[in-house]
Design a protein around this ligand. Structure first.
Ligand code: NDP
Ligand code: HEM
Length: 509
């Protein structure tokens, strides 16, 4: 609180608050400092100057280890179709029910200052402030991912970032990993289609990718995958346009989102669910815990159930977007993770990084705080700013009664048994089938196969020769003609062997 008893952030621009030091002491001139005479050294007693410098020295917090560059806004989710036959989730309980949310979109591999139009998957994160706690959807704009063995995630991400010696993006590292871990090929097909360079955050879809479970109190459940389809229409840059935008306006996606909401042109998405019963899942052609596979829509149709709209910009980017902390483990009654090992690993990784990036009390930061929470056994720690549960006992006390709500269904349909094993998945011919499906989808759209070949060859040509060759073989396993076309286009662009080292340093766009 400041002099006239208002929280510091609530002053309107029309008001004239008294400027103070951080302890509330009025300061005559924010630019003046204390020294001996007009030319002498500074005084340690000048709390205003020292506090200002010390705070400035600590302005940066760690950027997200992935998805560092992003933009976000507030909005709402509205239930448009009844799904109570398959869900007991409070947020989805009634047609017309609205739930407030915050969204953050992002690129994955680049640093916080990297260009928005880079070829990359996009993060698509939503935090719903439901009556039964915060429910986070930490999705991407692609329905699949590069891997299904979680241990590979840090190793794979290293290949997307910078070479440890040169500190440069490195095409050989990038394709060396992908061509030796070919379960990634389906996602590579998405990444190097023009959907790898969306026109804006408003013009892309979001997908859960993972399978989750929607449970009912009687112990039954369905497996689900969620899709958010843009109502603005899917729109992309081609490779040249994306490259041009990267230099002309590296923050284009950030600006586009802010400007469109500012002028009331609120973007929205129609939200669908695909469902499989446990019995259907057992007979399904695809392993529903394999993140490199979609559920073909002709086999498992999309069922609409909601609309997500963004309608309010944030007041303060750092407070509300940089500090927002999404996690696949922030769930609510009625939804559970599936056994997908990548999802299971993510349940751990996000709160772990939040404790590092934002501190142990990250859930108390206003943008992360649920509508209501009562958890007095979590006490103290750095930045305990919510009153720290006052005099409430910090153990299950006979003198403090709480209500316990039954939320866990019995899940009779899912029982796991087996020996502990050391597991690593194998790549088989099945891994190329859906990649070929996408190649065929691109073939139905004017110029999209040509763009794909151009997008790959422009990038792959900077890799070393043996890595290039291994990559041609990978694409040939998707489709013989595709492999041949990429080989031909890439070799035309590949530098002569002597200048290979320089070529390796080429940026990723
Ligand atoms: P369908 O023909 O039923 O669906 C094809 C889907 O492809 C469309 O619904 C659309 O998804 C998506 N799509 C259209 N154009 C492009 C593009 N240029 N780049 C990327 N995706 C595009 O067939 P299937 O469900 O059998 O899927 C065929 C292939 O489509 C899959 O192998 C997969 O790679 C891809 N796909 C599948 C999705 C799924 O959940 N089944 C979702 C997205 C892509 P949308 O309407 O969501 O844009
Ligand atoms: C961000 C880990 C896979 C979507 C992050 C962050 C970490 C991480 C540590 C930074 C979070 C933060 O600082 O707040 C992992 C691990 C994965 C994995 C260990 C696999 C084992 C995925 C997958 C998806 C995904 C498969 C999508 C389906 C996202 C998104 C963000 C993110 C959208 C940005 C969240 C935000 O906007 O703040 N991930 N990730 N990740 N991840 Fe993952």
């Amino acid at each position: 609180m400041v002099a006239d008893d208002k929280p510091a952030s609530t002053f309107k621009y029309s008001e004239k608050p008294v400027y103070t030091a951080s302890n509330g002491c009025p300061v005559e001139n924010p630019e003046a400092f204390q020294r001996v005479g007009n030319n002498g050294p500074l005084l340690l007693q000048d709390f205003h100057l020292i506090d200002l410098l010390a705070h400035f020295d600590r302005e940066r917090i760690p950027e997200r280890v992935v998805h560092a560059k992003g933009a976000g806004a507030y909005g709402e989710f509205e239930v448009t179709h009844d799904v109570t036959d398959i869900s007991s989730i409070d947020m989805l309980g009634k047609v017309g029910k609205k739930t407030p949310l915050v969204a953050r979109f992002s690129t994955v591999g680049g640093e916080k200052g990297s260009p928005d139009s880079a070829r990359d998957p996009r993060g698509f994160s939503l935090k719903f402030y439901t009556d039964e706690g915060n429910w986070d959807w930490v999705y991407n704009n692609t329905p699949i991912f590069f891997l299904r063995d979680p241990t590979k995630f840090p190793l794979f991400i290293h290949t997307q970032k910078r070479n440890p010696q040169t500190n440069l993006k490195d095409a050989t590292m990038f394709w060396d990993y992908l061509s030796t871990h070919q379960e990634a090929v389906h996602q590579v097909m998405h990444l190097f289609s023009d959907r790898g360079t969306p026109y804006s955050y408003r013009h892309m879809n979001g997908y859960s990718g993972h399978t989750h479970k929607w449970t009912k109190p009687d112990g039954t459940f369905v497996y689900v995958q969620v899709h958010l389809k843009t109502d603005q229409g899917s729109k992309t840059f081609d490779n040249d346009e994306a490259g041009k935008m990267a230099s002309e306006n590296p923050d284009w996606h950030t600006q586009d989102l802010f400007d469109s909401i500012s002028k009331g042109d609120n973007p929205s998405w129609t939200v669908y669910v695909q469902t499989l019963t446990p019995e259907q899942a057992e007979k399904f052609r695809w392993n529903i815990f394999d993140l490199t596979k979609v559920w073909p829509q002709k086999d498992v149709p999309l069922r609409p159930f909601g609309k997500m709209t963004l309608n309010k910009n944030v007041e303060n980017y750092f407070a509300e977007i940089e500090q927002v902390a999404f996690s696949p483990s922030h769930l609510v009654p009625g939804v559970e993770p599936s056994a997908d090992p990548v999802l299971q690993s993510r349940l751990f990784s996000y709160p772990d990084t939040h404790r590092h990036r934002l501190g142990v009390n990250y859930q108390q930061i206003p943008v992360n705080a649920p509508l209501r929470a009562f958890n007095p056994y979590q006490r103290d720690g750095a930045m305990a700013v919510n009153g720290n549960y006052g005099a409430n006992p910090n153990y299950p006390s006979s003198y403090r009664h709480m209500t316990y709500k039954q939320v866990k269904p019995t899940n009779d349909h899912e029982k796991w048994t087996g020996a502990a094993v050391l597991f690593l998945s194998e790549v088989t011919s099945e891994d190329y089938v859906q990649a070929k499906g996408l190649w065929d989808v691109l073939g139905q759209q004017q110029g999209q196969q040509d763009n794909f070949v151009g997008n790959v060859s422009g990038h792959l040509s900077a890799a070393k020769e043996d890595t290039r060759k291994r990559t041609y073989e990978m694409f040939s396993r998707v489709d013989k003609e595709l492999g041949a076309r990429i080989a031909e286009a890439t070799e035309k662009l590949a530098p002569a062997p002597t200048s290979q080292a320089a070529g390796n340093a080429q940026a990723r766009l």
